[in-house]
Design a protein around this ligand. Structure first.
Ligand SMILES: O=C1O[C@H](COP(=O)(O)O)[C@@H](O)[C@H](O)[C@H]1O
Length: 242
């Protein structure tokens, strides 16, 4: 298991540029090698970073298959809906087919929505544990990633590929998330974090060797890479950046 690669760049714009460049380079390499690019996207600031740069990508969008690392179980019309954000800020700007951007069904119960989403995953990854080419991850100020929160029993999930959560400490409470077996089977997990408000948690995740690691610190693909793209304020408390 390789140690995380940490890239520190001056500003948020450059974080977005680095992230998009990594994704596009990986997409075009995967498409060349295997004719498909499998990609997991997150909400929050990561969505903003991706939507700033991806619309300009030179790539074969028909080969992209995009899933959510996590999604909130809210109607498409709700401002908290991550799918709606991507629809407005990415899908409307690039020629990606709607059926290749896999939305959560908000009309189901959270348990059924997770089962349904796992079936959608199986249309692209028919067997075994899915191996995504890239998962674009965010990290909250408590160290959560996807909808995997500190101390939550879902950190120990080993059977499900997608799990429901109905007691998310960050609203909205109902969500569906990829689980660690899937996350840690990816070829590349890339975090992008900005701002001084993330400096403490970035330091904890990257430099603390706790017996009970925070969720973001548990992202360590067995046969893949972890990349952290940080702006200077977010990296401000890392020993390595001093
Ligand atoms: O609720 C969520 O939060 C995390 C972190 O968001 P950020 O805005 O602090 O970067 C995000 O990665 C996740 O997808 C989302 O559902």
């Amino acid at each position: 298991m390789a140690a995380p690669t940490i890239k520190v760049v001056p500003s948020e714009v450059e974080v977005s540029n680095e992230l998009c460049e990594l994704v596009i380079t990986s997409a075009n390499a995967s498409i060349k090698e295997r004719g498909i690019f499998t990609f997991g996207v997150s909400g929050g600031s990561a969505a903003k970073f991706l939507c700033n740069g991806l619309p300009q990508a030179s790539t074969d969008w028909s080969k992209w298959r995009v899933f959510f690392c996590d999604e909130r179980l809210v109607p498409f019309s709700d401002p908290e809906c991550t799918y709606a954000y991507y629809k407005t800020n990415l899908m409307s700007k690039v020629p990606i087919a709607e059926e290749h951007f896999f939305a959560l069904n908000p009309d189901l119960s959270v348990e059924d929505a997770a089962v349904d989403y796992e079936k959608k995953l199986r249309t692209v990854f028919p067997s075994g544990v899915p191996r995504f080419d890239v998962l674009s991850l965010g990290m909250g100020p408590d160290g959560h990633t996807c909808s995997l929160f500190p101390g939550h029993p879902l950190l120990k999930e080993t059977e499900k590929l997608c799990a429901p959560i109905s007691d998310s400490p960050k609203p909205p409470p109902q969500r569906v998330t990829l689980t660690f077996p899937v996350i840690n089977n990816a070829a590349c997990c890339v975090f992008a974090s900005c701002g001084a408000g993330k400096a403490d948690i970035v330091q904890q995740v990257l430099e603390d060797e706790s017996d009970e690691p925070l969720p973001a610190a548990r992202v360590r693909p067995a046969n893949g890479d972890v990349v952290w793209i940080l702006d200077k304020p977010a990296a401000g408390k890392l020993q390595a950046s001093l």
